[in-house]
Ligand binder design. Sequence first.
Ligand SMILES: [Fe+2]
Length: 275
Amino acid sequence: MTEPVHFLHLTDLHLSHPGLADPHLLTDTAAMLDRVLDRIAGIVPPPAFMIVSGDLTNSGAPESYRLLEEKMRGVAMPVLYALGNHDSREHFHAVIGGRETDLAAPLDYDRVVAGVHVIVLDTMIPGRVGGTLGEAQLAFLDGALGRQQGLAKIVVMHHPPALDPNAPLAWETLDWPATERLCRVLQGRCDVAAILCGHIHVARVAHWHGVPVLTGVGLHNSFDPLYSGGLRAIEGAGFSLCTLRPSGLTATVVSLPSEARELRILPWETVLSLR
Ligand SMILES: [Fe+2]
C-alpha cells in the first residue's frame, strides 16, 4: 500500500426492528442508522470499505437482521461485520452471513480489501456480557497474521482487550486469560495497524503493548465517563472515518449532534453483577 486508504468504522448499531417490543432499547437506532448512512453516502472520496464491530442488533432477532440487510443494501462499499454480545450467530447467518452449518461457531474470518488485510474475530460468549477468545480462535489469528505478508493488518473484535488483571467491571472487555494470550500472539507484529472495537459505548484510544486499540462510541447511546454514581447512559453517537497510510492509522471521530440527554442510570449493584 502506497496511497492512503480511507474506510469507515461503525459499531454497536443495536438495530431493533420497530415492530418488536424491545424494553432494552434506549434510542431509535433504526433512525440513527439511516442518519449515519445518509452522511456516509456524501463522503468524498468514497471510503473503500466499512467495518462494523458488533452489536449489530439489540436483541439478536431475525427481523432486526433483515432490517439491517435492507438498510445496508444501498451501501456502495464492502461491509465487514463482526458480532457482539447482543447478537445471535444463528440469526445473523440466516439473514446475512450465509453459513449453513456450524451456526453456533464463532464468526472468525479474514479478507483483503483495498490492499488492507482485515482480520475479524468473534469475542462473544452467548448469554454473557463479557468476551473471550478460545485457543482455536487465537490459532486462527496467528495463522492469519502469517498470511498476506507486506499488507497492513486491522484486527476487529467487539470486546477490547482488558487493561487491568482484576478490573471490577470485567464484562467490559475480553477476560484476562484471553487478553494475555492475545498479547502473546500479537507480540512483535508491527504490521498490525490497530485493533478496532466497540462494546463499551465510549470513544476511547488505548495504546496497548504498542498496538492502538480504538473503541468507537457506536450508534445506540454513549456512557458518561465522568459519572460516578453508576452507569449513566446518555444520548450520543458517532462513527470514525479512518485513513490508513504506510506510516499508520488515523481515526477521525464523527460525532452525531446530540443534547446528551440522560437515558438511564444503572446502579453500581447492577453494574457490578454483570458477567
Ligand atoms: Fe453495545
